[in-house]
Ligand binder design. Structure first.
Ligand code: OGA
Ligand code: MN
Length: 291
């Protein structure tokens, strides 16, 4: 494997590795360590089936089948389709996934470790790729916090709510998501996690809060919690912590959902097609007690 750091706040390109081949234990350990170090890895020029994407991803932990139970690769429900394409007027994938800064599954008792996305069709305009995925480095964000605030927040916990992201999406023009029903909200009650997590791969402290799902610092009164969360949401998006992945078809993009937050840039139109296959890997191998 040849590893080239992006030169930005996180991210690296990995060449000389074939994601479609069975993964050796040695390569697994190497990739795990690179993920901890760089947060986002791009394996370029890949050629995979959905089943091969699933096999590779499942080496890193249990795969989550998306709650919507829609837009799945036939025969492989763990492989989800992200796309704005339609066949006979019907969407063939989730068209608005991840379009705000968030960390996947922070609203779940078992958090997510990594997502593995395989880009098959990438929209372009005037020769430039559209529909980038942006990332920000939560180890760097933690380190750059004022010492006073690190001390004050140490040991505190944050409440994460799936409904926050859902309701924000519903405010977007053209969104067709209905409000969550009482039963859906009951199935996804808000959950708490430490505001500073110790990263299970690197041992570094990271800021584990994100604008998409975090609603409250439990140990603080509402007003102070709102003020500090708003400060953290601005702080964690500073340009020096960031990397923008401009997709090329054939990229397999893999990121650490504990040490990073991400955002899907919705800068393409309905006729500019994006088609990506995705697996979501849970962090159960690092946090077995939460399973
Ligand atoms: C995701 C996600 C970003 C993208 O798959 O979790 O947020 O750019 N996707 O599609
Ligand atoms: Mn996401």
């Amino acid at each position: 494997m040849q590893v080239t750091p992006s030169g930005q706040g996180l991210g690296a390109r990995v060449e000389g590795f074939d994601v479609s081949k069975p993964l050796s234990h040695e390569d697994y350990k190497k990739i795990e360590s690179l993920l901890g170090q760089y947060g986002v890895l791009c394996f370029s020029k890949q050629n995979l089936t959905g089943a091969q994407l699933k096999d590779f991803s499942s080496k890193f932990g249990t795969l989550e089948v998306n709650v919507a139970n829609m837009y799945q690769e036939p025969g492989h429900p763990e492989v989800m389709i992200l796309s704005n394409k339609k066949v006979d007027g019907k969407p063939i994938g989730l068209g608005d996934a991840g379009q705000d800064w968030h960390t996947d599954m922070s609203y779940s008792k078992m958090i997510a470790f990594t997502n593995v996305l395989y880009g098959i069709e990438i929209p372009h305009r005037n020769g430039q790729p559209l529909g980038s995925t942006e990332f920000s480095n939560m180890r760097a964000a933690y380190l750059a916090l004022p010492e006073e605030l690190k001390k004050k927040l140490d040991g505190m916990t944050v409440l994460h709510d799936f409904n926050k992201f859902w309701e924000n999406m519903r405010k977007q023009p053209g969104c067709t998501r209905p409000p969550l029903t009482e039963a859906q909200r009951k199935a996804k009650p808000p959950v708490s996690h430490p505001i500073f997590l110790t990263h299970p791969i690197t041992g570094d402290k990271i800021l584990y809060a994100n604008p998409g799902y975090s609603i409250q610092i439990n140990e603080l009164p509402q007003k102070e919690s709102d003020e500090i969360l708003n400060f953290l949401f601005a702080h964690q998006l500073q340009p020096q912590f960031r990397y923008q992945h401009r997709w090329t078809a054939g990229d397999v993009l893999m990121w650490d959902n504990m040490g990073t937050i991400h955002n899907a840039v919705a800068d393409y139109g309905p006729d500019e097609h994006r088609f990506i296959k995705r697996c979501q890997v849970m962090a159960d191998r690092y946090f077995p007690l939460a399973a």
